[in-house]
Design a protein around this ligand. Structure first.
Ligand code: ZN
Length: 293
């Protein structure tokens, strides 16, 4: 938390307010945000930079400046960004930084747990920095079942753990991995390297569908995440499986169960997402699904 849909929602909301604007004044009140660098030094470097584009890669927000430099923001567990007219954002004990823009508005960064990071990178540093940490973008055409299969090939870790690894595919976290595996009918503890062609195709589509559903609902507000105007997201009202322990599966009616996979609380339907690793039995047939309703 926040995952790709939350970061993309923030990007979409901020883009019209920050692109073309200049960072007039920057206050960074938390040294953890920019370490190992000094907050005053980073703030001074940022002042005067004009925003050329606001992009996203995985869970990273990329502020691209006209100078070619880049501010790479990762929200980690509880980071979020707010935007509003200067001085109108109200007091917030968890505000860690404020950027005053040249149109008289403020972009404020808040973070309760303080795991978020701001990295100012030189033009040549970005590509390599991201390439070492991230796999393909799941909403781009280059993300295919074949390429996902290549990433999972030979891996003995549970599929849930493999998908949480940002180098497998960028942007997924605990929520949207569970949602995608439920949509694909794949058990979270299945050995990642054993998925067959059909399962890989279903999983590729399911990852895209789960993420797009999250974006359509403006992200999930379980704890701290909110949109830049302060409104909560609504994706949590539409989860198919995440957090629904004991509630009926929306596809077959079987009570949803909770387990642990990849070190994280994990929700799944024991009927639709059978653990049987045998290829044909990895998903119940139509008739068995109907009979279990
Ligand atoms: Zn089910």
């Amino acid at each position: 938390m926040p995952e790709l849909p939350e970061v993309e929602t923030i990007r979409l909301a901020l883009e019209p307010h920050v692109v073309g604007r200049t960072f007039e004044r920057v206050e960074i009140d938390d040294r953890r945000l920019v370490r190992p660098f000094e907050p005053l030094v980073v703030a001074a470097e940022l002042e005067g930079e004009r925003v050329a584009a606001l992009e996203r890669r995985g869970k990273y927000l990329i502020v691209r400046f006209e100078s070619g430099r880049v501010l790479l923001i990762h929200l980690r567990m509880t980071g979020s960004l707010r935007h509003g007219p200067a001085g109108k954002l109200g007091d917030d004990p968890y505000r860690r930084a404020v950027v005053k823009l040249d149109d008289g508005s403020d972009m404020a960064y808040r973070d309760v747990r303080r795991f978020g990071t701001w990295h100012l990178l030189e033009p040549h540093e970005l590509e390599d920095y991201l390439a070492r940490r991230l796999g393909r973008e799941p909403l781009e055409r280059t993300f295919t079942a074949k390429r996902l299969g290549e990433r999972l090939s030979g891996r003995r870790a549970p599929i849930k753990a493999a998908l949480l690894d940002q180098r497998t595919v960028a942007g997924l976290g605990n929520i949207y991995v569970d949602e995608a595996l439920w949509r694909a009918g794949i058990h979270p503890l299945r050995e990642a390297g054993t998925l067959d062609v059909d399962e890989l195709a279903r999983l590729t589509r399911a990852i895209r569908d789960a993420l797009r559903a999250g974006i359509r609902s403006q992200g999930a507000s379980l704890r701290d995440y909110a949109q830049p105007d302060g409104r909560r997201g609504r994706a949590q009202e539409r989860f198919r499986v995440y957090g629904r322990t004991g509630e009926p599966c929306l596809r077959c009616g079987t009570p949803i169960e909770k387990t642990r996979a990849g070190g994280r609380g994990t929700w799944y339907c024991p009927s639709c997402q059978s653990q049987a690793a045998s290829r044909s039995a990895s998903r119940p047939s139509r008739s068995s699904r109907q009979s279990s309703v």
